[in-house]
Design a protein around this ligand. Structure first.
Ligand code: PEP
Ligand code: MG
Length: 753
């Protein structure tokens, strides 16, 4: 089997082949069957089976097999820990047995007509913390499988996880539901907050509500024959194909399978065939689509699992597209958001990506809040976005004209012709300014006395790399690796991460790059994770605590980073939210273990990364000397450092006045941290937003900071600011600021500088 291994890996690493497997199958059962046939052919094993996890019963169910009795499909079930297959699921670890029948956990299922297949190899299929199922291969010859086969099957399971997750979900559906109508209200001008710049003018689509209305439907719009339905299905598949390609172009790290759930549903007999059956029984096609979609929405919406509830949007979206393609061309009943202003209560980054693929004009978030990550994705995708505290907007009649001024945060609902004219004029003026060329700075700024300050880039998305290069960034001081996780519909596999990270390192040539390991939790929540809700997420299982708890996820990421940086001179890896030297040592041990394993597997990787940490917690200040003996470098995350020093939620507008970077305690602690790092000759940078605050830069230089990592768009302003500073004056200014005993006192120093 080993000889086939590379072949199999090559095939599965190519996501387009995986897409082809999905799109080329007639239904989900057929897709699963084709998958087991393909794996067994490539691995040369007489048996290959897929078991999927049934959430409700907490059981594994045999869903497809070659080699076992096909009648056993759907009949063989086992609980976690039962038999060898159940053991794999419960332990989340592969099981490789040379003589399976001798293992005390071995269990024989008579329905399978199983021959004495002595060699047994099974791997768990999981997406992050979500259990999806188990992939099994068997062979009659004892001791047939080798360690390399375990690795190959693990990689196969990882690549299949996303599509199998959708397949499993779609196999679980029953109940009926209807979505209630909501009242309507009138609105004029709304003052909000800008999230992402630019102007948008378009007809409104209320996200969620329009879906519900669409699925609930109206008598007048009913119609469509079986032929119309078939045409609409084919057209929908074509449109999804185009959207998928656009997603991949705009945000390559989103992966091309962002519409995998849609494709799966289009293949699902319980979905499509039951619509067809209703049409055959005499219902108009639109009614049939609405009724079946309604059942699915109800079932998914009732699920206790967030990643299943998250699929409601996918079903609404797909039903809307089908209905749009069933409607006569003149009526605009489609789900497409092209050129529209979408009004939503809240959005996940992955939803934003879908809207961007449809060329949405602008977005209004009506519930007063937005996570920093949605804001960053919106800016990166150049979608004008405003957040308002006005839930009434969610009841806006469809097609109302809305203007979004993302420059100042204004929203105009059903504006007069005069307002529209003025809005258009401002938009034209802005476009002219944006078209003017700007002079580009270098990545090293110099004070008047010649002191050099390196300017590195903070990068969240691959799309920001060209700007970092254009601005001449000296390297990447902070690559926030959680973004590919946030904008995708499910956990990326090691290979998917590797492909993204590879683009990051190759874009920067030989300039230094620092990867920060996954910083999830707090406000960075995943739509698809069912990690437990916490009362205080900022103080909970966040960041390094999450990755240390889910070691699989941590290891996959570290392996992907190390492999992506193979052959490079320098690589920095840093851990976020470290609170004790013990945390740091545990994290470093995982990293060292990963390097050892990559070495043993003979995979190319970087084997001498600089290992650093973020300074974000007050606990680090007191133990800085111990950390300085352990870590190779430091990056101060002032966004969190201020939050935790002062006990103020950085995202809570109600306490925004208490969030004071200029608090004397913050300033003195920063000085102490920088001084101790310097005494140990350990590089230290600022990578929070304080790093581009030109009022605070003289203080930072005054306490010895010589490296700033910032959003590349701020580099020209920061470069100019530093060019006007003199280092001795900055030192005196910093001393004066630290001597001030109150926020007001510090502010006086700032004003007098
Ligand atoms: C910070 O806390 O300052 C930081 C850079 O990390 P993030 O903003 O991603 O939490
Ligand atoms: Mg932080």
């Amino acid at each position: 089997m080993t000889g086939k291994r590379q072949d199999l890996l090559n095939m599965l690493c190519d996501l387009s082949d995986l897409s082809a497997l999905v799109t080329g199958s007639e239904n989900i059962e057929n897709f699963l069957q084709r998958t087991v046939v393909l794996v067994s052919e490539h691995l040369g094993t007489p048996v290959c089976s897929i078991y999927l996890h049934d959430e409700t019963a907490d059981e594994l169910v045999l869903k497809a097999t070659v080699g076992l009795n096909p009648e056993a499909v759907d009949r063989v079930r086992m609980g976690p820990g039962q038999g060898l297959v159940g053991t794999v699921m419960a332990s989340r670890k592969p099981v490789c047995e040379g003589r399976a029948s001798k293992n005390p956990r071995f269990r024989y299922f008579p329905e399978t007509d199983e021959l004495p297949y002595e060699s047994f190899l099974a791997v768990p299929i999981q997406k992050g913390v979500v259990k999806i199922g188990v992939l099994v291969v068997q062979h009659t010859e004892p001791d047939y499988f080798e360690t390399t086969d375990v690795t190959a099957l693990k990689a196969t399971g990882a690549q299949l996880a996303a599509v199998l997750e959708n397949a499993r979900l779609l196999m679980d559906l029953q109940r009926m539901c209807r979505i209630p109508e909501r009242p309507v209200c009138n609105l004029g001008f709304i003052k909000g907050q800008r999230v992402s710049g630019g102007f948008a003018r378009g007809r409104a689509t209320v996200w969620g509500k329009s879906h519900a209305q669409l699925v609930a439907g109206s008598r007048e719009s009913e119609g469509g024959t079986m032929a119309d339905f078939r045409r609409a299905t084919a057209r929908t598949a074509d449109q999804l194909d185009v959207l998928q390609q656009r997603c991949a172009e705009r945000l390559p790290e989103s992966a091309s399978l962002i519409f995998a759930a849609h494709f799966m549903m289009l293949k699902d007999p319980k979905f499509i065939d039951s619509m067809a059956a209703k049409i055959e029984a005499g219902l108009p096609a639109t009614r049939a689509v609405r009724e079946v979609a309604g059942k699915y929405i109800d079932l998914f919406a009732d699920s206790p699992h967030p990643y299943i509830r998250e699929k409601v949007g996918d079903i609404e979206d797909l039903a809307g597209r089908l209905l749009g393609n069933l409607a006569p061309p003149s009526t605009d009943d489609s789900q497409d958001s092209t050129g529209r202003v979408v009004v939503a209560r809240a959005l996940y980054p992955s939803e934003l990506l879908k809207l961007s693929a449809e060329s949405v004009a602008g977005i209004v978030l009506a519930n007063g809040g937005v996570t920093a990550h949605v804001a960053i994705v919106a800016r990166s995708l150049k979608i004008p976005m405003v957040v308002v505290q006005c839930p009434e907007l969610l009841h806006l009649p469809p097609d109302t004209l809305v203007l979004v001024d993302g420059e100042v945060g204004n929203v105009y609902v059903d504006p007069s012709a005069d307002i529209v004219d003025r809005f258009d004029a401002r938009n034209r003026a802005r476009q002219q300014v944006a078209a003017r060329p700007t002079s580009m700075p270098a990545g090293t700024a110099r004070t008047t006395d010649g002191t050099a300050v390196d300017l590195l880039a903070n990068i969240n998305l691959l799309g920001e790399l060209p700007l970092a290069r254009r601005m001449g960034a000296a390297g990447i001081g902070l690559y926030r690796t959680e973004f590919p996780f946030l904008i995708r519909p499910s956990f990326p596999s090691e290979t998917e991460q590797y492909l993204v990270y590879r683009k990051v390192v190759s874009a920067m040539g030989d300039r230094p790059v620092v990867f920060r390991t996954l910083d999830l939790g707090g406000e960075k929540t995943l739509a698809y994770s069912d990690a437990a809700k916490e009362a205080n997420p900022e103080l909970g299982l966040r960041s390094i605590r999450f990755t240390l708890a889910y070691r699989d996820i941590f290891e996959q990421q570290l392996r992907a980073i190390l492999r992506a940086a193979a052959g490079r001179e320098s690589l920095g890896i840093m851990f976020p939210l470290i609170s004790s030297p013990d945390d740091f040592l545990r994290a470093r041990q995982v990293l060292n273990d990963c390097m050892d394993r990559l070495e043993a597997e003979g995979l190319d990787h970087h084997d001498h990364p600089a290992i650093g940490m973020m300074v974000e917690l007050p606990a680090v200040v007191e133990t800085m000397a111990e950390f300085a003996a352990l870590a190779d470098f430091f990056a101060i995350g002032t966004n969190d450092f201020v939050q935790y020093m002062l006990g103020v939620d950085r995202g809570n507008k109600r306490v925004a006045d208490y969030y004071r970077p200029e608090h004397p305690a913050v300033l003195r602690a920063l000085e102490r941290v920088v001084r101790i790092a310097g005494a140990h000759d350990k590089p230290i940078s600022i990578c929070g937003e304080m790093g581009h605050d030109t009022a605070m830069i003289p203080f930072l230089l005054g306490i010895g900071i010589r490296r700033l990592s910032l959003d590349p768009q701020f580099m020209p302003g920061v470069n100019q600011c530093i060019a006007g500073l003199e280092i001795n004056r900055c030192r005196n200014h910093a001393l004066e600021m630290m001597a001030a005993g109150s926020i007001a006192g510090v502010q006086k120093c700032l004003a007098g500088f």
